[in-house]
Design a protein around this ligand. Structure first.
Ligand code: SER
Length: 311
């Protein structure tokens, strides 16, 4: 199928794998990767690559016009832990980039948009277990506030201007190709690297912190399935709850010890503990299952097995 696609923030944890998956599925020459920094060889040699600042409307518009882009995936963002250190920069990047892309949709310069929300959209007063799609949301982090505002904007642009924007609330994502940067769920990736390198990991969250998580292949499949779903089956234009597994650092350590019996873990919670404590432990994703047939394929055991195979 011919489809011209632009990925903003293609060098990040999700962007890298999403770009490669889209290039595999569609005509790679029509899948344009872009980021504010130079891409890896893999990204620059498998299809077009552009240096692009997602906060610059004109620059995005130029690339959209040049490649006759139909679909945009906006993966550029500042994650939760870094955003607490640079609140203004985080707000500017996360909101300006989204409004830029939504405006391109409003101007009919692009047909379809994917924008990621997050479990961070929920807050300390949200029901923690099996968090429903629609519930009390009072995010207490800058990142979470930007996700909540973003969800409202997406729904608004759909209702008011008919912009075809689609979104999921990603849980913490586990992958081997690209490291996450500046998130609260990053421990679940770092732990595998340190287990292989040192046989020990000092975790910045305490042992019983349950968080919703997902293996990257599931996240990419969810994203592509949602984007391919017929418009009429999408009943939620803010963002869909999405789930695969929930576990604590202690459970993750046990899963690693099944492969590396000598692995040890210590706990030294820092400021990220408070962020994690404000997020749900598990998510009810019934709507994603009903509307577009979502089904996760990776649990913790399968994730650990693949991570050690790949790393
Ligand atoms: N994984 C992200 C973070 O920790 C949440 O969306 O910031």
């Amino acid at each position: 199928m011919q489809k011209s696609i632009l990925i903003l923030g293609a060098c990040g944890q999700i962007g890298t794998e999403l770009t490669m998956a889209l290039r595999k599925k569609y005509n790679a020459e029509m899948v344009v990767a872009s980021d504010i920094r130079e891409g890896s060889q893999e990204l620059t040699q498998s299809g077009p690559f552009e240096i692009l600042d997602a906060t610059n409307y004109e620059a995005i518009e130029d690339v959209v016009m040049h490649y006759e882009i139909e679909e945009v995936y906006l993966m550029a963002a500042m994650l939760s832990a870094t955003a607490e250190k640079f609140p203004n920069r985080a707000w500017n990047l996360n909101m300006t980039s989204l409004l830029n892309v939504l405006d391109l949709g409003k101007e009919k310069k692009i047909d379809k948009i994917f924008w990621p929300s997050s479990i961070a959209v929920f807050g300390p007063n949200t029901p923690k277990d099996n968090t429903p799609q629609s519930t009390l949301m009072e995010p207490s982090t800058v990142y979470g506030i930007s996700k909540q505002a973003g969800e409202r904007w997406c729904e608004y642009y759909f209702n008011k201007y008919g912009v075809d924007v689609r979104s999921v609330r990603y849980p913490g994502l586990i992958s081997w190709k690209t490291l996450p940067g500046g998130g609260t769920t990053d421990y679940a990736v770092e732990i595998y690297h340190e287990a292989l390198k040192k046989g020990n990991y000092t975790c910045f969250l305490n042992q019983d912190t349950y968080l919703p998580m997902m293996y990257m292949d599931d996240a990419i499949r969810a994203t592509m399935t949602l984007m391919e779903a017929p418009s009429k089956s999408i009943s939620i234009r803010s963002s869909y709850n999405l789930a695969a597994m929930s576990f604590s650092p202690k459970e993750m350590a046990t899963s690693i010890q099944r492969h590396k019996p000598d692995f040890t873990i210590d706990y030294s919670p820092d400021f990220r503990q408070q962020i994690a404590d404000s997020w749900p432990s598990s998510i009810d994703d019934t709507m994603a299952r009903e509307d577009w047939g979502w089904q996760p394929q990776f649990d913790l055991e399968k994730t650990t097995k693949v991570m050690f195979e790949k790393l």
